[in-house]
Write a protein that binds this ligand. Structure first.
Ligand SMILES: [Zn+2]
Ligand SMILES: [Zn+2]
Length: 379
């Protein structure tokens, strides 16, 4: 696969100012590969970075006017290998997770590389080798990106480019439920908020054997997708008392609650719907302080934990579920645009135009799965 010298890449100038520029194609180092990007999904965190800068951190500060290319939920084809890399071959399709971590701090050594203590320290004299593509290093709104081999997951031929971009989202939900939460089959799970992470948390919880899986959401079209992804029960808080209903369904309250909304109402609902000794995963990042019933949490021995990204290779396990078609993540993929139309794609995601959930930028013609190709040939 010939690798050109230069490539097209979107570059962040001032807040919300993206320009399509020509950049040098990056060169992979030790333990790295060059990925030709074939598709990249837009995440709410991309929109945050474009407006506020955080959580991106480039050269120790805000990412503005530093020739930074955002975008982190991408997949593609391996175009070149760094020195000593024999784990992958040129031409293989891969999807990526975001964080490589420094590999040497306390959290990285525990497998919690998304909580790396050297986050963003990958420049100049303090270069710790940390990478979080689209956050602390250049990301996927471009034709090529460099990735650490630990962040790459092989994509089966039966999976489209667009679906493969969703693996990292499913991996984040997986990390919250299994590695951080310790979910086992037969436990009840409530997911509040049918955004991309919430909807795939429903799917992953169901695939892991949780029972029942309950989705709480106000948007009817999204709730319907939640049902298709495995929600046994859907509750619309505009129509019902959520806490009372969940107590009624579960008896003592839910074993696990994943709060993907993170506002005062939902955090308090989460505390009051969780059973004694149960667990709450906070999967949203509230912008301001949230008042909640700490006493109810303490007296009921409820565990509350945050989640930062997709650690402990949870993304690999999410891919195993998706490769086996245990759930159809592509149900949350609603729109596709070419790379040149990134600003339109971002607008669709930000304003939720036409009920947009996951908007994907695709570099190539929409891909057909091998199943579809076979069907086409047999006709
Ligand atoms: Zn994301
Ligand atoms: Zn680290």
């Amino acid at each position: 696969m010939p690798v050109p010298q230069s490539m097209k890449a979107w570059v962040l100038g001032d807040p919300e100012e993206l320009t399509l520029k020509t950049k040098d194609v990056p060169v992979p180092g030790r333990s790295e590969a060059l990925v030709r990007i074939d598709a990249v999904a837009i995440c709410a965190t991309d929109l945050e970075i474009l407006t506020y800068g955080t959580p991106a951190l480039i050269e120790g500060g805000a990412p503005f006017n530093k020739e930074f290319t955002p975008g982190h939920e991408y997949m593609g084809t391996i175009a070149a290998l760094g020195p000593g890399v024999d784990e992958f071959e040129i031409g293989e399709r891969v999807t990526v997770e975001i964080h490589a971590g420094c590999g040497q701090c306390k959290r990285c050594r525990m497998g919690m590389y998304t909580s790396c203590h050297n986050y963003g320290l990958n420049y100049g004299d303090t270069d710790k080798g940390h990478r979080a593509n689209g956050f602390t290093t250049n990301g996927g709104f471009a034709e090529y990106a460099v990735n650490n081999i630990n962040t790459m997951i092989r994509v089966p031929a039966t999976m489209t480019d667009e679906e493969a971009t969703l693996v990292v989202t499913a991996g984040t939900s997986m990390y919250g439920l299994t590695e951080l939460g310790g979910l086992v089959a037969g436990e009840s799970v409530v997911v509040i908020g049918p955004g991309p992470i919430g909807l795939l948390a429903v799917a992953v919880a169901k695939a892991l054997g949780a029972s029942p899986v309950i989705l709480v959401g106000t948007r009817e079209n999204r709730n319907q997708i939640g049902t298709k992804l495995g929600a046994d029960i859907v509750i619309n808080p505009k129509e019902e008392d959520v806490v009372a209903r969940i107590k009624e369904i579960t008896g003592k309250g839910a074993d696990y609650v994943v709060d993907c909304a993170g506002n005062e109402t939902t955090v308090n609902q989460a505390v009051h719907m969780t059973n004694r000794g149960g667990k709450i995963c906070l999967a949203a990042f509230p912008k301001k302080a949230v008042n909640f019933d700490l006493g109810a949490l303490a007296v009921n021995n409820i565990y509350l934990y945050g989640i930062r990204g997709e650690g402990r290779s949870a993304t690999h396990r999410a891919m195993a579920f998706m490769a086996e078609k245990r759930f159809d993540a592509s149900l949350i993929h609603t729109h596709t645009f070419p790379l040149e139309d990134l600003p339109t794609a971002l607008r669709y995601a930000r304003e939720r135009i036409d009920d947009a959930i996951k908007v994907v930028v695709s570099m190539r013609q929409p891909t057909a799965t091998t199943d579809q190709i076979t069907e086409g040939k047999s006709q």
